[in-house]
Design a protein around this ligand. Structure first.
Ligand SMILES: *Cc1c(COP(=O)(O)O)cnc(C)c1O
Length: 235
């Protein structure tokens, strides 16, 4: 299967899943996750209609940035505060905010560049030790702290990575919890809070995530095939 075939197939499944939850495929943004894939593959995906790409390493964004056609970049992986400065003028949204400290650094760098940075707060609803993100219980306080301290940051929603499940239906409960938070906190009245994105679902579980209310899916393997981790593009 070519990248084009894969994207068509995923768009088809995305449409179907969205319709089952009373929406249309256009209500769900497909972010193609391009980590460990080269710029030719990425440009091919863009030629097939991909408008948004996700990377999880700052260095990989920097290595590829000049060679990739115009597209919206998303930082979806763990972000160290000392690297914010390198991507502040390159990414459209940071999905992985999980501390006030990180949000404050984003705020500072955004101010220097005269921009407001869109962020999502990463919620680790399954409380997996191996994953980043805050707990369900910590979410409201984190939102309020960021709103109180970071005028150059706009909170656009929440992000969640569910545990890998052989049967992706088993991940539904973790998505559902984050959807509940999303609905609840979207009501907060503040100029720097404008919920639009609930970033949930990857190759293995995006259909389940859409059923549970996701409107942004991050799909890598199902578009580009297996990643070759020996490539070390982020080094
Ligand atoms: C790698 C990655 C994905 C994509 O995973 P696939 O299983 O390849 O679709 C999505 N989200 C994050 C945060 C990732 O790091």
């Amino acid at each position: 299967m070519s990248i084009r075939d894969n994207i068509e197939y995923i768009n088809h499944l995305k449409d179907e899943a969205a319709r089952k939850s009373g929406r249309t495929g256009d209500d769900v943004l497909l972010v193609a996750v391009t980590k460990l894939h080269d710029t030719d593959e990425i440009n091919e995906a863009i030629d097939c209609g991909i408008t948004d790409i996700g990377e999880n390493k700052v260095q990989e964004i920097l290595n590829k940035y000049e060679k990739v056609k115009p597209v919206r970049w998303h930082l979806i992986g763990h972000l160290q505060t000392n690297k914010v400065k390198y991507i502040i003028d390159k990414v459209a949204m940071i999905h992985s905010v999980e501390s006030l400290h990180l949000a404050q650094e984003i705020d500072k760098r955004a101010a220097q560049h005269g921009v407001t940075m869109d962020i999502l707060i990463q919620v680790n609803s399954a409380e997996e030790e191996s994953k980043f993100g805050i707990s369900v219980e910590e979410t409201e306080q984190m939102i309020r702290d960021i709103l109180d301290n970071c005028p150059n940051v706009r909170i656009r929603g929440l992000m969640c990575i569910a545990p890998y499940e052989d049967d992706p239906e088993n991940a539904a409960i973790y998505f559902r919890e984050v959807k509940e938070l999303y609905d609840r906190y979207s009501e907060i009245d503040h100029p720097n809070l404008d919920f639009k994105y609930l970033s949930m679902g990857m190759s293995n579980d995006f259909q389940v995530a859409i059923h549970e209310g996701s409107n942004l899916i991050r799909v890598g393997t199902a578009i580009f095939g297996q990643r070759d981790y020996s490539r070390k593009m982020g080094e």
